[in-house]
Design a protein around this ligand. Structure first.
Ligand code: NAX
Ligand code: K
Length: 489
């Protein structure tokens, strides 16, 4: 089952389509949601523990009331007046009329119960939050955040804007958030990253085809990765697994091209050639027994502007070309980037190559595939957004870029990494500081190139490469030591 990532509008549209076009009554969706949540809540609940459920005026509150019924144990519930409830919440309320285990508490009682509660269920606001939280709701949220209870938010932490991840004046900080049907973009960016410790996504019976038709982003998890991993046939030869050319390096940054090349080789490329400035040829010859080496004229420790001549004879020889690692922000990098595109083969732009192309973004529109792997700062060279604008809206940034450059696959690297191509997007949500070090990006570039050689599909290679890179870091190994075996299990 795919886990999807939606804006508030996409999530609402998915709900609406399920209800109006697929004729699934909203109360059935609510029951699925509440049954699933109840099972998860029970896993965290101690016998005899005191549970307090906070319900708001919409269907999120309806979920809370349904959970109170399904728990089948004594619990305290705070709920608004029946007259201000949504229709479905009102029906849930009626179902509790004869229930003797549910005790409704006033606002003041709720505040005092909070001090001894073992668990608080946050069903105040979900996808319908539309303005700043004030008054009693703010007081309740502040009290939850000051309590020692284990807090579970239903769907979205109340107070968080589901799309932007901004807090609307006050917001529940949860130990666990159970996302209904899909993760919301706001839960992965901005304040959203700080208010939910753990996200668990629950299917509530909305048909998967609805998300497919809405082109929502897909979470890159182990199930998805297994589908994307290229299979190596035992009767393949080195040509089967691709020929890569990696262009990069400079006197002070020969490590970058070395790490990228080693990762490419260890990712299963058929043959690998590195093109480096003359001044580091001998150093790399010592370090790279796994790659063929070509070198071009250097100047002051970098490629010279004329180094490109060597590449003229290389057209048609390679399946993938990578460019950028350790090249520096030099005039010659700009020249080489343009020359590399004349090889008319799939080209991966990493690091300084993303800077070098910024004066000629029109060159990114080619009839072959281009992969770009910028981090946030490098992304500022590729679009008309500032660093903070990209950080505020990484999803929109990737969508906008991919719509403008349909032959490009963009890997926007950050604590969450977004991989986009046309209207498709994968999201890797495995933040890990092990990757926050020089060389990580070079290794990713190499892994993607190595996998491209085996699948010849830029979007697939970028997505599976990004996933494997992150898995290697989780194993606390040097990511360059990765093996494909762990995710094949
Ligand atoms: N209909 C469906 O398809 C399903 C909806 N579900 C739940 O329903 C939620 C969405 O329900 P709703 O659209 O009713 O939205 P909410 O439950 O988030 O609440 C909307 C209500 O809160 C009020 N409100 C918004 N901001 C406020 C603020 N700052 N202060 C005070 N009141 C405020 C609105 O006027 C509206 O009455 C989802 O998040 C999910 O929990 C689930 O039950 C599954 C099925
Ligand atoms: K909530």
């Amino acid at each position: 089952m795919k886990t999807t990532i939606c804006t508030a509008a996409q999530a609402r549209l998915a709900d609406k389509t399920a209800i109006h076009e697929h004729k699934i009554p909203s109360l059935i969706l609510m029951e699925h949601a509440a049954l699933g949540c109840t099972k998860i809540i029970q896993k965290h609940l101690q016998p005899g523990g005191q549970i307090l459920i906070l319900c708001g005026p919409g269907n999120n509150g309806g979920d809370g009331l349904a959970i109170a019924r399904l728990l089948q144990r004594p619990c305290f519930v705070y709920a608004p007046k029946a007259s201000s409830m949504s229709n479905d919440e009102r029906i849930q309320w009626d179902m509790l009329e004869k229930n003797e285990q549910v005790h409704f508490s006033s606002f003041e009682e709720t505040l005092s119960l909070m001090q001894n509660a073992d668990m608080v269920i946050d069903a105040l606001f979900g996808n319908g939050l539309s303005r700043n939280i004030e008054g009693n709701y703010k007081t309740l949220i502040d009290a939850v955040n000051a309590s020692n209870a284990f807090v579970i938010s239903i769907d979205i932490n109340s107070g968080l804007d589901a799309t932007t991840g901004k807090i609307l004046n006050a917001c529940i900080i949860s130990d666990l958030t159970i996302c209904l049907d899909c993760i919301k973009t706001g839960q992965l960016i901005n304040d959203g990253k700080k208010v939910c410790s753990k996200l668990e996504c629950l299917s509530i019976g909305i048909p998967q085809t609805i998300h497919a038709s809405l082109k929502t982003a897909i979470l890159l998890d182990s199930e998805e990765a297994k589908q994307l991993l290229p299979r190596r046939s035992n009767d393949g030869h080195k040509g089967t697994f691709g020929k890569a050319l990696m262009i990069g390096g400079s006197y002070s940054m020969h490590g970058a091209i070395t790490m990228a090349a080693r990762a490419c080789y260890q990712s299963g490329i058929g043959t690998l050639t590195c093109f480096v400035p003359d001044c580091i040829h001998d150093i790399l010859a010592q370090k790279m027994e796994f790659a063929m080496l070509k070198s071009g004229e250097d100047k002051n420790g970098y490629f010279s502007n004329t180094a490109i001549e060597v590449l003229t004879k290389e057209t048609g020889k390679y399946d993938i070309v990578t460019i950028g690692n350790g090249m520096g922000q030099q005039e010659s990098t700009k020249e080489l980037v343009q020359k590399a595109l004349q090889l008319s083969t799939c080209t991966l732009f990493d690091a300084d190559a993303c800077w070098a192309i910024r004066e000629h973004p029109e060159l990114l529109r080619q009839d072959f595939s281009i992969i770009l792997t910028p981090h946030i700062k490098e992304m500022t060279y590729l679009c008309h957004r500032s660093l903070s604008e990209i950080l505020q809206d990484p999803f929109g940034t990737v969508q906008e870029f991919c719509a403008s450059y349909p032959n490009c696959t963009l890997v926007l690297k950050s604590d969450i990494t977004l991989i986009g191509h046309k209207d498709q997007m994968y999201v890797l949500h495995q933040p890990n500081s092990a990757l926050a070090k020089g060389g990580s990006g070079d290794i990713l570039c190499g892994i993607i190139a190595g996998l491209y050689g085996q699948c010849r599909n830029a979007f697939q290679a970028a997505a599976i490469g990004t996933y494997i890179h992150s898995c290697c870091a989780k194993q606390k190994k040097d990511p360059a030591c990765f093996m494909q075996r762990p995710i094949r299990k």
